[in-house]
Design a protein around this ligand. Structure first.
Ligand code: URA
Length: 235
């Protein structure tokens, strides 16, 4: 790969920036100053910019605590998107959200540039459970637990068996669903005569939202979480 392409694909630098840095002698390849933007580099070359090694980042996954008021999309005409919350240092990575949360839903949203990972986590056949905390306008009843466990019939789809746990405050529930159909949690609760007044996703499979992340904050997954995700997605 050309040196300028290599560096611009793994840093926020443009090819024009890289050209200038090469001219200024700030780029080295395997210890020697780089000569030209079209120098060829391979996967095993050690490339540095201003003394710091740059490595091709094949795939990245960020955990975001999505705040209410932003849409789970890469771009939108009317609303701020989850991608607008992410800093410049990730802009060259072409991140996108894995699945969707409604505009008023908060909580765990993964952002990645890895299409295979996204597919594996959202494919209904993989049965990856998503866990939500919901606050309802009425108290949940024991019958709701059985109704969720049975699955529910809607005009456009059949919700598979889901788990509903009632918290000490009976207007608060934990819900686990295997699919991610449009408004699924809200629709399942509505079918039981309860409206969701607050919704937050707290886990995807066994990957839990970092409670240290305030709404709008994000971070890369640590190694342990990446392993968890590999197990959950099977890739
Ligand atoms: N179910 C919903 O109703 N909304 C979400 O954002 C996610 C699941």
């Amino acid at each position: 790969m050309r040196l300028d392409k290599y560096i611009s694909s793994c840093t926020p630098l443009s090819r024009k920036d890289v050209k200038k840095l090469i001219k200024d002698g700030a780029v080295t390849v395997d210890g020697a100053a780089a000569k030209a933007p079209d120098d060829k580099v391979g996967e095993n070359c050690l490339v540095t910019v201003n003394g710091k090694p740059v490595t091709l980042k094949k795939s990245v996954c960020l955990m975001l605590n999505k705040p209410a008021g932003v849409v789970s999309a890469v771009s939108d005409r009317d609303y701020k998107t989850v991608i607008d919350l992410i800093g410049e240092e990730y802009s060259y990575l072409d991140l996108f959200p894995i699945g969707r949360l409604d505009i008023d839903t908060e909580g765990l949203l993964l952002l990645t540039n890895d299409g295979a990972l996204s597919h594996a986590l959202t494919s209904p056949s993989k049965n990856v459970y998503k866990t939500y905390f919901a606050r309802l306008d009425k108290e949940a009843e024991e019958e709701d637990i059985a109704a969720f466990a049975e699955g529910m019939e809607f005009k456009d789809f059949t919700a598979k068996s889901a788990v509903l746990e009632i918290c000490e405050n009976r207007k608060e529930v934990i819900i686990k669903i295997a699919e991610g159909k449009y408004h699924q949690v809200k629709r399942m609760c509505a079918k039981r005569g309860k409206n969701v007044v607050y919704l937050k996703r707290i886990a995807i499979g066994s990957l839990a939202l970092d409670l240290g992340l305030a709404p709008g904050q994000y971070r890369e997954l640590n190694q342990e979480e990446e392993e968890l995700l590999k197990n959950i997605s099977g890739i």
